[in-house]
Design a protein around this ligand. Sequence first.
Ligand code: ASP
Length: 343
Amino acid sequence: MSKVLLISTGGTITMVRSKTSGALIPADIETFEAFMPELFAGNIHVDIQAFSPLLDSSDVNPECWERMARMVYDHYEDYDGFVILHGTDTMSYSASALSFMLENLSKPVVFTGSQLPVGVLRSDAKENLLTAIEIAAAQDEEGNAIVPEVTIYFEDRLFRANRTTKRNAEHFSAFNSYNYPALAKAGVHITYQPHLIHYTPLESPLVLHTHFDCNVAVLKLFPGIQQPVVRALLRTRGLKGVVLETFGAGNAPTDKWLYRELKSAVDKGIVIVNKTQCNTGSVEMGLYAVSLNLMKAGVISGYDITTEALLTKMMLLFGENPDDTELVRTLLGKDICGEVTVD
Ligand code: ASP
């Protein structure tokens, strides 16, 4: 019998309505289990470990990422796969973070949740969770995991986690992976796409990385952005890295002050990465003249990475390499675990 560890961090899937405020709040794990007798009725053995208290994912932070990753790491030999129940709001951040934290992963770690609580009749909770468990347990004839990656399963698609973005607060299909195809689709059967899945050599041991440096920021450009705002952000004490959200193929206003602010930040050792505000497509610095200043200032390309993956990658790289900005810069321009298409 395959064995899966279900790690519950909270999220809507575990929530009930507060009698006092009427707002949704995470219940306890026993309440959740009572709604899900199917968990223990199938041919996959499921054990549960839960955060206490369960969290709305707006309260999930790098310490929580460490707790999740450690739960996987500490029980790695005991289970065939792992499912992490998580609120949808920040699931793409947590799942991206874990993809970088768990180096050489050779077992599935599947994040899922739901748009409606498990106790609501029309809830998407059961289908999402039961399919996620099946994917976490899925093995080929040799007994190797079919999807040994950190992934998000939602509605009917399995995505590489570090390619996802929450795109919808209303529809059951809450996530999308704009720049990389789904790793599997679930209908009557679950159809896997092995040619899209990343396989680590089985002999490589799992390595856990847990140090994050949160001295990073996102700077979203807009027409009319003012110098004092940009300056205040770039001169923040202790700032190490910036995700610069640009227009289209990585373009920015050509104001001289913007070039000077960016250049002086880069000269001080701040790593600035160009991330397009578009969901689909890639940064192509040099394609338009309006991105040349960014290149000259020393801003590096984020290609087609998501903001969620870029931020968490940056935080982990700075945390793990506190004295080596050059290495962080180099690794930010490279693909570590399928998060970016570098040309
Ligand atoms: N606010 C909830 C959370 O992220 C939303 C959800 O789970 O869908 O925890």
